[in-house]
Design a protein around this ligand. Structure first.
Ligand SMILES: *[C@@H]1O[C@H](CO)[C@@H](O)[C@H](O)[C@H]1NC(C)=O
Ligand SMILES: *[C@@H]1O[C@H](CO)[C@@H](O)[C@H](O)[C@H]1NC(C)=O
Ligand SMILES: *[C@@H]1O[C@H](CO)[C@@H](O)[C@H](O)[C@H]1NC(C)=O
Ligand SMILES: *[C@@H]1O[C@H](CO)[C@@H](O)[C@H](O)[C@H]1NC(C)=O
Ligand SMILES: [Ca+2]
Length: 518
């Protein structure tokens, strides 16, 4: 066994749990393959079972061709493991396709994996990540293949899988597969997801509080209907889908805007490093870019400046806050909120789920569509409810994080959810069971100029298998050792690190380093 790099808490817990030590290779392989005929689970068909030696290249489940994410590129299973592919009927008209990766060296832990966007795609990257860290890891296709909303049209049960059911099936069926294979029940169950996966994790804590002992819900797409409406509205401010609109802002002009925002706000935190630690302290004045004479590429027109004012303000309709503002500093994002197109996810959702049509003219998009989406709340997708009492009372632990240059989901929404839970449970601090880390310079779930890598998904653990630098290991320490993470240290692309603070603490530069202050 190779424990190099694990911190002491994690290690000592590992040693307490029996492994499959008694089995030799051929015995283990035979045991694995026998699952094909011996596993009998409710509503479930075992599609394939294979024993995989460490470092093997695997063929992903075939027909998932996501538009945005490339989850199903051929993947490597780092750990030797038993791979179980299965399908579970969730109703007469819906089913979930999933995989369980059961490592030879198992420490009693189950890990459920979330999805992204409107997917639709099994995250092989995270199956590998979890199983390499000795979790029996389960991931699913969220009830449909691909990253479009088309499968939802006329299929409310498929939508229900996406909205709340697939992660529950991972928990229920996954735990049974684990127990059958290892001949003993699991000890603790964890969940890991970001974006839609963050919403799924939040939904799980609210609706199936017994499923997971610890949940990581990154950059969660909570208040989902309003999130999509906000995205559509931002795009409309820029004239989308008409890129010849006078308020359209070209990529070159966005560069100007980004530079001017840094010019005005980078120094507020005490360091001009290209990162705005607290975007909420940045009161960007776009009129600084207003053309004085004739329009040119180096300045902005009045309609453009007006669009920017709206984008960098919270969205209110009829006096009601719909969604927090776009974080200044997030202009460099990939994704289609600001590029003059109508945002893909809002488009798919409105057509296939809200209006139940295949065509829609998005130049007609307006507040009434946001209201309709919110009123129907199909599948209970909104996931914006502060009542975490059942999850808290059973001892569940919840970790969430949000990048401050997330150009798809405003980080202010995670503060807003924290405050909603706090008010609902009448707990001024949620520290006992719920911690939110705000991450300066982090884009959506990963990337960006900040120190954004902290084990939030496969490929982000770098050289740091320690709970101080890895959120998943930190969660294990919290659930099993009672040691809650006060901070999390992220690693940037250049290898530098930064300590991230839990809300509502602030990250303050003291002249030589960032510290967290109340
Ligand atoms: C951390 O864990 C991963 C996955 O098990 C492994 O590939 C990597 O070598 C480990 N790194 C260290 C420093 O132990
Ligand atoms: C799942 O549903 C399909 C189609 O309705 C059916 O053919 C199959 O027998 C079901 N499987 C199980 C295990 O219930
Ligand atoms: C099996 O399917 C039935 C009907 O479709 C459903 O009520 C039940 O909850 C399902 N069981 C599991 C474990 O998903
Ligand atoms: C579209 O279909 C869903 C069921 O999938 C339904 O809840 C919703 O009310 C429908 N929308 C309209 C505008 O009828
Ligand atoms: Ca700065």
């Amino acid at each position: 066994m190779n424990f190099t790099g694990f911190n002491i808490n994690f290690l000592s817990k590992l040693l307490a749990i029996p492994l499959l030590s008694g089995w030799g290779y051929s015995e283990q392989r035979a045991r694995c393959l026998s699952l094909k005929s011996t596993l009998v689970l409710e509503n479930t068909t075992i599609l394939d079972v294979s024993y995989v030696s460490g470092g093997s290249k695997l063929k992903p489940h075939g027909d998932c061709v996501p538009k945005v994410r490339k989850y199903n590129t051929p993947t490597v299973a780092t750990a030797p493991l038993c791979r179980v592919q299965f399908s579970t009927n969730t109703s007469d008209t819906s089913s979930i396709r999933a995989e369980a990766w059961l490592p030879d060296e198992w420490y009693g832990r189950v890990l459920g994996i979330g999805n992204g966007g409107l997917g639709g795609c099994i995250s092989y990257r995270d199956l590998d990540y979890g199983s390499a860290l000795h979790f029996a890891t389960i991931a699913s296709n969220n009830g449909h293949d691909g990253d479009t909303g088309r499968p939802f049209l006329g299929n409310p049960e498929v939508l229900n899988d996406f909205a709340f059911r697939s992660i529950h099936v991972e928990a229920v069926i996954g735990k049974q597969i684990v127990e059958a294979y290892y001949e003993q029940p699991h000890d603790k169950a964890y969940y890991l997801g970001c974006s839609t996966g963050g919403r799924q994790g939040t939904q799980a804590a609210l609706n199936h509080p017994a499923d997971w002992d610890g949940i990581i819900a990154g950059a969660p797409a909570t208040d989902f209907n309003r999130l999509l409406h906000w995205s559509g509205t931002l795009a409309r401010h820029l004239g989308a889908p008409d890129s010849s609109s006078p308020s359209y802002i070209s990529p070159a002009s966005w560069k100007l805007v980004a530079e001017e925002i840094l010019n005005q706000c980078d120094g507020i935190d005490g360091v001009r490093d290209g990162i705005i630690t607290e975007p909420d302290a940045c009161h960007f004045r776009p009129e600084a870019l207003l053309c004085s004479g004739t329009n040119s590429e180096k300045c902005l027109s009045i309609p453009q400046v007006e669009a920017l004012r709206k984008i960098y303000s919270p969205l209110y309709e009829n006096g009601e806050l719909i969604y927090p503002r776009f974080d200044p500093g997030s202009e460099g994002i990939r994704g289609d909120l600001l590029n003059g197109k109508f945002p893909y996810y809002t488009e798919e959702w409105l057509k296939y789920v809200v209006l139940n049509v295949t065509e829609f003219d998005f130049s007609q998009y307006g507040p009434e569509h946001g209201r309709l989406s919110q009123e129907l709340d199909v599948g209970g997708i909104s996931t914006f409810n502060g009542d975490f009492s059942a999850f808290r009372d059973r001892g569940g632990k919840f970790l969430t994080f949000h990048g401050r240059v997330d150009g798809l989901i405003a980080s202010g929404n995670s503060k807003r959810l924290y405050d909603l839970i706090s008010r609902t449970l009448m707990m001024p601090s949620l520290d006992d069971f719920y911690r939110l880390f705000l991450v300066p310079g982090m884009e959506h779930c990963a990337r960006g100029p900040g120190a954004w890598a902290f084990g939030q998904h496969g490929g982000t653990q770098g050289a740091h298998n320690e709970s101080s630098h890895n959120l998943l290991l930190a969660l294990v320490d919290w659930v099993e050792g009672g040691v809650a993470p006060d901070t999390i240290t992220g690693t940037a692309v250049d290898g530098s690190t930064r300590v991230h603070c839990r809300y509502p603490m602030r990250s303050v530069w003291d002249g030589s380093a960032y510290r967290c202050e109340a």
